[in-house]
Structures are given as C-alpha cells and as structure tokens.
Design a protein around this ligand. Structure first.
Ligand SMILES: [Zn+2]
Length: 269
C-alpha cells in the first residue's frame, strides 16, 4: 500500500510540474486555473458582500488605478517574454474595504483587496504600488495553487491509498490556503521562498508600471517600525518583515529600473 501511495505521489509530482515564467523554475502545481479560479472568484464575491466596500472615493479610485497599471505592466512583460496567453483566465478586480486592519491580499486569478487600515503605511500611490506589485506577483506565480498542491501530496500520504481527490477536499484545502471571510486571520502565510519571489517580481512590475522601485524598501521600513507598536499589522502575520527583505529590495531596485528601461520606462513616480 505504501508503495502505491509513493508511486502516486511521484506520478502527480512529475505530471504537475509547470514552469514559472518569472523565474524559469519548475514548480509543483497540479491545480489548473480552471479549477482554482472559480473557487477564488466565488469566495471573493462572498467576501465583498460581507464587508464594507468603499466606492467612488479618491482612495478607492486610486487603488483601482494602481491595480490597472500594475496588471497591464505584468501583461506587457509576459507578452514580451513569450507568454501571450498567460493571463487569459484572470479577472482582475481591485477593491478597497473599510476596515482598520492593516492588510491587503490577492486571491488566485487577480482578485485583490486593500483594507483602509493599510493606507497610513502605504502613504502614497507609489506605496500602494509596492503592496499591489507584491500581491499581484503571488497571483501571477501561482503561489496559492502550489501551496494547495503541496497540501494535497501530504494528504495523499495521510490517507494511504485514497488517491481520489474529491471536490469537497479540494475546497477544504482552498479554504485553508485562503481562509478569508469569517476567518481572515487564519490565512496561511506564504513560505519565505514565495515571499522573496513575490518581492522580486513585484519590484519589476511596479517599475515597468512607472512606479519608483526605491520606495519598496521604504514601505517595509515603515511596516517594520509599526510592528514594534501595540498592535502589529495583520499583514505581518502573512508577510513577516525583516532586514533581509529590506536589503534585498534595496539591492534589486536598480535591476528593476533596468528591466523597466527595456519597456521604455525611465522616469518613475
Ligand atoms: Zn507576500
């Protein structure tokens, strides 16, 4: 029985490797967009009905504007690098929710929420672009689906031989990876590797969108100083701030500007 489980796990792993266009690395992901995205879209819509969406204010419009600039920069990058159809199933949406929690997130397929509580830390449109670029990068790199895939392999090990991945189980896994709605605080953190990847990709796309990548390290310094206060930001439970992150972002900013120059972008706001 153990052998069957092992063979199944190996088989799934081999079949399920997909290249991440941003890193060129093979990653484990056996959930196609067609399975993940509908779950994400439904959960996102539910979240919006249960929370106070801010509409038509200057801030709400700014979130949408930054999101559109960032996702269109990602599209340009993907087309230029030979992945023209990569975003065809994405349905970008950018909402601001009235909630003093310091948080922002992006669900698979490009469903983004900013909480009003993060705006005092982002401070400017460029600060919003730092967080937006990072969150969009998680979605572009399928980090959520990879986390679910790893969970599935563990589960196959746990239920010895029961290889049928039924829909309810998939939904449970999804809910654990994206525990939103009533359990916002329970969303699983990304791995350190995924965080670093999202920082690097996010920096590139914000620069291509015309936002100054030097501001990324500044944002994380503000986040870090906030974490010493009485109420550490919720955002830090899934995105721990540390000095390595800040020094990486500082070191990568000039490279992001070079990448932007390939797209004719040499001035940054
Ligand atoms: Zn992240």
């Amino acid at each position: 029985m153990k052998k069957i489980v092992l063979i199944t796990a190996v088989f799934l792993t081999v079949m399920a490797c997909k290249v991440n266009p941003f890193t060129g690395k093979k990653v484990l992901n056996f959930y196609p967009n067609s399975q993940i995205f509908p779950m994400a879209f439904a959960q996102y819509d539910q979240f919006l009905t249960e929370n106070a969406v801010v509409e038509n204010t200057a801030e709400a419009k700014m979130i949408t504007k930054v999101g559109q600039r960032i996702s269109s920069a990602a599209e340009r990058w993907l087309v230029a690098n030979g992945y023209p159809g990569y975003l065809k199933d994405y349905k970008w949406e950018y909402n601001l929710v009235k909630d003093e929690t310091v948080n922002a997130w992006c669900m698979p397929g490009g469903k983004i929420v900013f909480y009003t509580g993060i705006l005092p830390i982002t401070q400017t449109e460029t600060g919003v672009a730092v967080v937006m670029g990072h969150e969009v990068a998680h979605a572009l790199a399928d980090h959520g689906a990879q986390r679910m895939s790893a969970g599935t392999l563990q589960q196959i090990g746990a239920v010895a031989g029961n290889v049928a991945i039924q829909d309810p189980e998939k939904r449970n896994m999804f809910n654990q990876a994206y525990g939103l709605g009533s359990t916002v605080g329970l969303m699983l953190p990304f791995s350190r590797g995924h965080e670093t990847e999202a920082d690097r990709i996010g920096l590139q796309i914000m620069a291509i969108a015309g936002y100054n990548p030097d501001e990324a390290a500044e944002l994380w310094k503000r986040m870090k100083s906030k974490s010493g206060g009485q109420a550490p930001p919720e955002f830090l439970s899934t995105h721990p701030s540390n000095d390595t992150r800040i020094s990486n972002l500082t070191a990568w900013a000039p490279l992001a500007k070079q990448e932007a120059a390939k797209f004719g972008v040499t001035k940054f706001q």
